[in-house]
Design a protein. Structure first.
Length: 254
């Protein structure tokens, strides 16, 4: 992932202290259960007599049943997950279609697992995840969210992992929610709706790595001619996003 400079410059000895084995205790930790048990969810729900089905849940600005909450969250745009302040993975919005390919794969049996268990122990995966959690737990440099775009080899796809610090009413750290989604459909819709198009900014100081790692003629999207785009951009009047005469055509990105 492409990480921001403030995150990249963090002290490694600090963020590696994050306890990804969830050996601590959160305000809402369900005690006495094996976090790695694939049946953790059912056992934990039974232990705390959790609401379910048509049971009502009073929210701070609404009253919904558990079913209504599940339906709404299941159809929310993008993939959502929640990890508590003890680094225990507690929830994700499971797709309706069990065969749907998720961008950040999760399965029901992982609910209740520690962060160590849900992240593969290869290369720098766990250290990088610890870095994000530590940064949001301690609001490093005042940041309460992290944007992590993932190069996919296709300039017509931008998968974003967005991490947001979750706080209670007193500002105490309560965990992190992660939102994962391809942003390009939003950009494409915006361009088509407003009659604009995307061009390469020859003066840009960011994005070079993403473009270098991307196939400009990826099979998953229409051909993107970077050289032509640069030539067009040089002749264009700023701003980089500019009007085009024909608003009925699809947006093009170069």
């Amino acid at each position: 992932m492409a990480e921001p400079s403030w995150l990249k410059n963090m002290n490694k000895s600090d963020y590696l202290q994050e306890d990804f084995d969830a050996k601590g205790h959160s305000r809402y930790t369900v005690e006495g259960l094996d976090k790695s048990d694939p049946a953790w969810l059912e056992k934990a729900a039974k232990q705390v007599n959790a609401a379910s089905g048509d049971d009502y849940v009073k929210l701070d600005a609404g009253l919904l049943t558990v079913n209504q909450l599940n339906w709404m969250l299941r159809d929310t745009f993008g993939e959502l997950t929640f990890v508590d302040d003890n680094n225990q993975f507690l929830w994700y919005n499971r797709p309706q279609d069990p065969n749907e390919k998720m961008k950040a794969k999760r399965v029901p049996g992982q609910v209740g697992s520690t962060m160590s268990d849900v992240h593969p122990d290869i290369r720098e995966v766990i250290p990088e995840a610890k870095k994000v959690v530590y940064a949001l737990r301690h609001k490093v440099d005042g940041h309460d969210d992290v944007y992590m775009p993932v190069p996919t080899g296709n300039l017509r796809e931008l998968v974003l992992h967005y991490y947001k610090r979750v706080e209670d009413e007193q500002g105490n750290y309560m965990g992190i929610y992660e939102w994962v989604q391809d942003l390009y459909p939003f950009v494409k819709y915006f361009c088509e709706t407003t009659g604009q198009k995307l061009v390469v900014d020859p003066d840009a100081t960011t994005g070079a790595t993403y473009r270098r790692n991307s196939d400009p003629d990826a099979k998953t999207g229409p051909s993107t001619k970077v050289a032509e785009a640069k030539a067009e951009a040089k002749a264009a009047v700023k701003p980089v996003v500019k009007p085009v005469a024909d608003t009925s055509t699809s947006a093009s990105q170069h």
